[in-house]
Design a protein around this ligand. Structure first.
Ligand code: FS2
Ligand code: SF4
Length: 540
């Protein structure tokens, strides 16, 4: 196997024997075969009269999403996905005058062993022998994977965009084409442009379905009843679960990236939607153990599952893990059936309390723009000197204590704007407020980084500035998996310069490609807490 797609990839070699994430060689190879099958489908879909058919766009979203870090470790499910993707490729090829001339369009297989055999020549390493060109292709592919996750969430809510699907066709075909560095660099920028579209689409899908997030205090303690813990990012699953637990005597809690569900009016109204349990994804093994009740993983991030809670952990959607019960897709026009979780919860003990108190969030664009006068006055009076965007991911490495250190070291006249699980490094610190504006403004999930960009663009307009980089705002972004690559490319496309990226720069960037990003966009690695805080306060 070879995998270098996340921040925890083994430095210098990528993961070659077993992933730090727990992905083994067979799963890694099957995921490579699934991406390659998606390339074949994309080539066929892109050649259809009338553009990429929507069912092909959805299939590509699902296939790529399966391969995002920590989403699906279930080989049986991945084999099934490859089969479905190849079948659709062949149906679309049959509509063309001839099958496109590429192995990705014509290879065949139907068994796990055949897919494993194909993976030997179909992984990311095969995309180009030139390592710089391969690095640029990786940047496009990983950006597309994050984009696929966001697009999948939007499509579940009935929101689709043919231009995004058209870009899948272009971006994935590039994996098997001979393209120059300039052509691939242009494709990287287009991936950023499409990422903005996908995040805007998901924002529309979420807010028009569930209302605009509002300032909310979320309980982090526990109640007396048994509970179901829901994690991941899928808000439609959240809706189905809340409806199906009403009046059952079972409470619902969020974990990690599902915390922002509390900010939506459509979910806040449920009295049995009790609070958030625990912190970031990588602490789930201990927190799932003490939760005592059923756990539903709607997406990533899954970590290797312990025996102590295996029997009460479920997956759904694109998430999967061998041996866990998987809740099937919702029938057309219907809901998923979470009755197995409800029945199990009714036999479980309530969660063990691991902390008490509240955290405040709900500062997505609509809410912040409703406070715009207050924010602008605070900037004009000098009460707020600087905004620091610290969105992105959390991860296991001790080096991420840097982000807690930055939050603690930033002067009291600064406001941190966050989104994604990166927030768990500082969202329980008592950092106070500035004239009633909390010093940590949580917009929501990682995709809600879009909100932070909207807020920045609005501030630029209000202050009459030409350039987003003239605002008193710094970007100190933490990345882990491919959705953060998507967010990064979106920010670059929107013209944000001088982003600090950590805790390390991506392993898949060669020195030459990293140099281009530094030169064109001023991306820089993080340094020490002291030096970075000083530099950010000086606008550097
Ligand atoms: Fe965090 Fe994991 Fe959000 Fe990522 S829970 S690193 O999937 O997408 O963020
Ligand atoms: Fe390694 Fe990350 Fe790939 Fe897992 S997803 S195998 S940790 S690079």
């Amino acid at each position: 196997m070879y995998c270098d797609q996340c921040q925890e990839s083994i430095h210098g070699t990528g993961c070659t024997a077993r992933g730090v994430c727990g992905k083994d060689e067979m799963t890694a190879k099957l995921q490579d075969a699934l991406v390659y099958a998606s390339v074949g489908l994309a080539i066929a879909a892109g050649r259809q009269q009338g553009g990429v058919p929507r069912d092909a766009g959805r299939r590509i979203s699902e296939s790529l999403f399966v391969t995002v870090t920590n989403t699906n470790f279930d080989d049986v499910a991945i084999v099934e996905e490859i089969g479905k993707t190849l079948a659709m490729r062949d149906q679309l090829n049959a509509l063309l005058p001839s099958v496109p001339e590429h192995d990705a369009s014509s290879w065949t297989g139907s068994t796990r062993d055949e897919f494993l055999q194909k993976a030997l020549t179909a992984g990311v390493e095969s995309y180009d022998i030139n390592e710089d060109l391969r690095s640029l292709k990786s940047l496009v592919l990983y950006g597309l994977k994050g984009l696929a996750a966001y697009t999948d969430h939007a499509s579940v809510l009935g929101f689709e965009d043919d231009e995004i699907y058209a870009f899948y066709a272009r971006g994935l075909e590039a994996m098997v084409q001979d393209l120059s560095a300039d052509e691939l660099t242009a494709l990287v920028i287009q991936t950023g442009a499409t990422a903005v579209k996908a995040m805007a689409l998901l924002d529309r899908a979420n807010t028009s379905t569930y209302g605009n997030p509002e300032i909310t205090k979320v309980n982090i303690g526990v109640g007396m009843k048994p509970g179901i813990l829901i994690s991941g990012h899928d808000l439609r699953d959240m809706e189905d679960l809340l409806k199906q637990t009403e009046g059952t005597g079972v409470d619902v809690y969020t974990h990690c990236e599902m915390l922002p569900a509390h900010y939506y009016p459509a979910f806040r109204k449920y009295p049995h939607f009790v609070g958030n349990y625990g912190g970031s994804w990588w602490k789930q093994d201990r927190e799932f153990e003490s939760f005592n009740g059923p756990i539903l993983m709607t997406t990533n991030c899954i970590v290797p599952v312990r025996e102590s809670y295996r029997q009460r952990m479920f997956t759904t959607g694109m998430a999967g893990y061998p041996g866990l019960q998987h809740i099937s897709a919702r029938p057309e026009g219907g809901s998923k059936d979470f009755s197995a979780l409800v029945e199990l919860a009714q036999t479980c003990q309530p969660p063990v309390e691991i902390e008490t108190g509240e955290i405040t969030g709900g500062f997505a664009h609509n809410q912040v723009l409703a406070l715009a006068d207050k924010v602008v006055d605070a900037v004009k009076s000098g009460a707020i000197k600087r905004f620091v965007v610290m969105a992105g991911c959390d991860g296991r490495h001790a080096s991420r204590k840097y982000y807690t250190g930055v939050a603690e070291a930033l002067p009291e006249d600064t406001v941190i704007m966050t989104a994604g699980c990166a927030k768990y490094r500082y969202n329980k610190l008592q950092l106070g407020d500035i004239g009633g504006i909390p010093r940590v403004l949580d917009a929501g999930q990682c995709n809600d980084s879009y909100s932070l960009a909207v807020i920045a663009l609005k501030l630029k307009e209000v202050f009459g500035l030409e350039d987003i980089n003239d605002l008193p705002i710094s970007f100190d972004i933490a990345w882990y998996e491919q959705k953060a690559v998507t967010v990064l490319l979106a920010l670059l496309y929107l013209g944000v310069k001088g982003i600090r990226l950590g805790p390390t720069l991506p392993e898949f960037l060669t020195p030459n490609v990293a140099a281009v990003l530094v030169e064109k966009f001023g991306i820089k690695p993080i340094g020490t807490v002291g030096a970075d805080v000083e530099a950010m306060m000086a606008g550097a």
